[in-house]
Design a protein around this ligand. Sequence first.
Ligand SMILES: Nc1ncnc2c1ncn2[C@@H]1O[C@H](COP(=O)(O)OP(=O)(O)OP(=O)(O)O)[C@@H](O)[C@H]1O
Ligand SMILES: [Mg+2]
Length: 237
Amino acid sequence: MLRVEGVSKRFGGVQAVDGVSFTVADSEIHGLIGPNGAGKTTMINLISGFLRPSSGRILLGDREIQNLAPEVVARSGIARTFQNLRLFPNLSVRRNIEVAESHARDGGDPALVGDAIERFGLGPVLSLAPDALSYGHMRRLEIIRALALRPQILLLDEPAAGMNPEETEELFRNLLWLRERHPCAILLIDHDLKFIMSASEMLTVMSMGRLLASGLPQDVTRNEEVIRAYLGHGETV
Ligand SMILES: Nc1ncnc2c1ncn2[C@@H]1O[C@H](COP(=O)(O)OP(=O)(O)OP(=O)(O)O)[C@@H](O)[C@H]1O
Ligand SMILES: [Mg+2]
């Protein structure tokens, strides 16, 4: 459904993304991992229209989307969260969600967002300002706000960052619930390999802007380059 074809992005002297290709199929949970600076966030920025690739194509179905504005990409079915959280600080939690819902693609299931609020435990904090929330709640709010757009593809940039192991485990169960409730593909970036390995049906690994491997997790983690990239950063897959 989503095809990234030979995409590159250069910032001045930094080749942040270097000829990367991979695909995300309908309704799959697809992990995207790599050491710091690998180009993961840049990839999400490229897919969501926040950045233009220097070269290459990004296709949603048959449509090229790499030159569309972010709001057009969102309307065409790709929603995202931000690694550094971008909630509307002057709006309540409820209004943050409602603003997103007012931009939802088609009507869809009217109960979806309410059910997600309950499932993600945001019911009791709806009237608060985002900065009154715990970090874990802020991350959950970002996910629900993206879900409120009723996307075909959800891009999640480190949704478990700052969460403890129990919260991460709960997030994992909630993402499975979400995908059942609103069938969509999820492209998931995280540094928590246990979380990524248990959640991902497909896995893509980047390092220093390049694609190291993309495929089934059990195949990708046997790839020599992947092992080297991770051992080089003191982690084991
Ligand atoms: N707007 C920008 N201007 C200049 N350089 C950038 C910009 N955005 C990213 N970079 C550089 O591009 C490279 C890839 O960064 P990116 O944020 O995509 O990595 P990442 O894989 O998301 O890393 P992390 O795991 O730390 O979030 C880094 O060298 C970064 O410094
Ligand atoms: Mg990043």
